[in-house]
Design a protein around this ligand. Structure first.
Ligand code: GTP
Ligand code: SPV
Ligand code: MN
Length: 593
């Protein structure tokens, strides 16, 4: 996918484009001053000091958590707001039933009134950023205008931000325009608008994560997925990890799980001692941009440069690397504090909380000490398992694509799709219990195709068709698997130990890719037989393992019926191939029972 040749001569023009837009926005929002971010450490230090002076950022214990800070967001602004997030395409059909929709002109008019004068007395920051390695043909740039210094600090860790990005924008000749203001943080005046046809985003009224760090979900998923469809690639909610087996061979996998369902943990997996010789390398923990290569394989880059990860549950036992990674140079958002001014969260073994995430004296009656969606921000290079392959401009070749969700019942530990087409149905059928990563009820099972329900910037019917087409273009398509680490028994205990032990499941997948291990042909797909999984060194009852690797036929029948109704919701845009796959599973189920 060669890009057009560029010359530096075009640099002043495009910089003028950015400057013209900044001037227009400044005229509307009326900031006291305008600051163009260069991405330097001096700039970062100054922003931090300003925020500390204003009491918005609190330095944590310098001995145990050097250069770490606590940020408390507004208590009513702690997660993504899906009901206030819109995809504004000219035609409502193009946004699809999977998105909230407004006509672009109506959305623009509504946002204009919110933005009018909203930066009076504040600084307007111009944040040029690049998603992906600066020298990658697959990287894409944007400029976020924001009035939040916290957003600037986060974008500085999460993206390649500053002067170099502006230079890349000059070469590219285009950029995504993201306008953000925290406004008054009034939930009634909060909207996150996307205009994929104009490569633009407008976000007002939230300072939190995916609502405000516009490079992440807004650009790298919603806008990028829209672009990827017309340009022939994929923008996905996926981690990317390298797995090196004891023979020294490395294979890369990409895995899509819904928010707060284990991507960061899998991307940073620590092999258990009973699986000696394995190594896991992290390329990315949340987003993958996937391109078909000239060799017929699928190649992936991580567009991000840092992690905005879930804090609760992180400890030395579940993931030592994750704990070490966040014990220096990190921003913590909405965690609790100990008496020693250390950050504290549910799942942290040491110490006790004295102050909760809202800054109140800790009282168990008020709920968890840290907010369930409390987050850390760190640069990816702090990760002990970080791989420099994440800097490779062409990315890494993907051997397996993995989909999964958080399901108490039904979904087995792992199964393999029979073909790419079957795999697309498997991915389109993903369902998962909702989590604290978005506002609303937690623990409700909902359909979340490809873990992209909140993030696809166009009609899911068209998206499924795009996935099918991508498979046809790949002579060596990755195999497709489905996993579930979250199956529970009647007492609500997890049946599978998870975390590092998940490598056993990944091992089976890689052996499948190499044609070295068997499977049983079940109606749902190809399941490991008990002898196919390496469980030496892990305590698991054979009956539990048998349960984990099987699917009750009646439950599967109900699930298939639900999936059919769900797919019908996208009308004529749903590819018929998906119904053919459903029919085939139905027939297999009948002959099997
Ligand atoms: P986002 O950043 O929201 O996209 O989340 P994520 O998909 O990266 O999820 P993450 O790895 O942060 O995990 C979310 C929660 O699930 C944490 O509380 C983890 O401790 C927990 N978790 C992760 N992996 C496993 C697992 O294998 N088993 C169990 N039982 N819990 C897990
Ligand atoms: C998610 O919710 O999937 C996240 C956190 O990764 S946020 O950046 O808020 O989208
Ligand atoms: Mn995510």
């Amino acid at each position: 996918m060669a890009s057009a040749p560029h010359t530096l001569a075009s640099l002043p023009d495009i910089s003028k484009n950015v400057a013209t837009w900044v001037a227009e926005v400044a005229a509307l929002t009326q900031p006291e001053r305008v600051h163009w971010c260069d991405g330097s450490t001096a700039e970062r230090d100054r922003l931090r000091e300003d925020l500390v002076r204003r009491g918005e950022l609190r330095p944590l214990n310098p001995e145990t958590f050097p250069r770490c800070y606590l940020y408390r967001s507004d208590p009513a602004d702690v997660a993504r707001v899906e009901h206030l997030t819109f995809v504004c395409t000219q035609s409502q059909e193009d946004a699809g039933p999977n998105n909230n929709w407004l006509a672009p002109a109506a959305a623009r008019a509504q946002m204009r009134e919110l933005f009018r004068g909203c930066m009076r007395g504040r600084t307007l920051y111009v944040v040029p950023y690049c998603m992906g390695p600066l020298d990658s043909p697959y990287a894409r740039c944007g400029v976020e205008i924001t009035d939040s210094a916290y957003v600037v600090l986060n974008m500085g860790m999460m993206t390649r931000m500053g002067r170099a990005a502006l230079e890349r924008i000059a070469l590219d000749g285009s950029f995504v325009r993201g306008l953000h203001s925290t406004g008054e943080l009034d939930p009634a005046r909060r909207f996150i608008m996307h205009y994929p046809e104009e490569l633009a985003i407008e976000s007002f009224g939230s300072g939190y994560g995916g609502n405000a760090l516009l490079g992440k979900k807004c650009h790298a998923l919603r806008i990028a997925s829209f672009q990827a469809r017309s340009e022939g690639w994929l923008a996905e909610h996926m981690l990317i990890a390298g797995l090196q087996n004891p023979a020294g061979e490395t294979h890369y996998v990409a895995a899509a799980f819904p928010s707060s369902c284990g991507k960061t943990n899998l991307a940073m997996l620590i092999p258990p001692e009973s699986l000696p010789g394995w190594k896991v390398f992290t390329i990315g923990d949340d987003i993958a941009w996937l391109q078909p290569g000239d060799d017929g394989r699928l190649w992936a880059i991580n567009p991000e440069a840092g992690y905005f990860g879930v804090v609760p549950g992180t400890n030395r036992a579940t993931n030592r690397n994750a704990f070490d990674m966040i014990s220096h140079d990190a921003i913590f958002t909405n965690v609790a504090l100990t008496a020693d001014n250390e950050p504290w969260w549910e799942g942290r073994k040491k110490h006790v909380p004295v102050t909760d995430w809202r800054g109140r004296p800790y009282d168990a009656a008020n709920g968890p000490a840290a907010h369930p969606n409390s987050r850390f921000t760190v640069a990816a290079t702090q990760n002990p398992s970080y791989s420099t392959a994440a800097e490779d401009p062409h990315g890494v070749p993907i051997s397996a694509l993995i989909f999964g969700g958080r399901r108490r019942e039904l979904a087995p530990l792992v199964y393999e799709a029979r073909s790419w087409q079957h795999g697309v149905l498997v991915a389109a059928s993903v369902a998962s219990e909702t989590t604290a990563a978005a506002t609303g009820q937690v623990g409700v099972v909902r359909r979340d195709p490809m873990a992209m329900k909140p993030f696809t910037g166009y009609n899911f019917g068209d998206y499924f068709a795009h996935w099918l087409r991508m498979g046809q273009r790949l002579a060596h398509a990755p195999r497709i698997f489905h996993v579930n680490w979250f199956r529970q028994n009647a007492a609500g205990q997890y049946l599978w130990p998870g975390y590092g032990e998940n490598l056993r499941v990944l091992h089976w997948m890689l052996e499948r890719c190499a044609g070295r291990v068997g499977a049983q042909d079940g109606a749902i797909g190809l399941l490991p037989r008990p002898q196919d999984l390496n469980v030496t060194g892990v305590e698991i009852d054979p009956a539990v393992l048998a349960e984990l690797t099987s699917v009750p036929a009646s439950a599967l029948q109900r699930e298939l019926a639900e999936v059919r109704v769900y797919l019908q919701g996208f009308g004529a845009r749903t590819p018929v191939a998906l119904y053919e796959e459903l029919d085939q599973i139905g027939r297999r189920l009948e002959t099997q029972v």
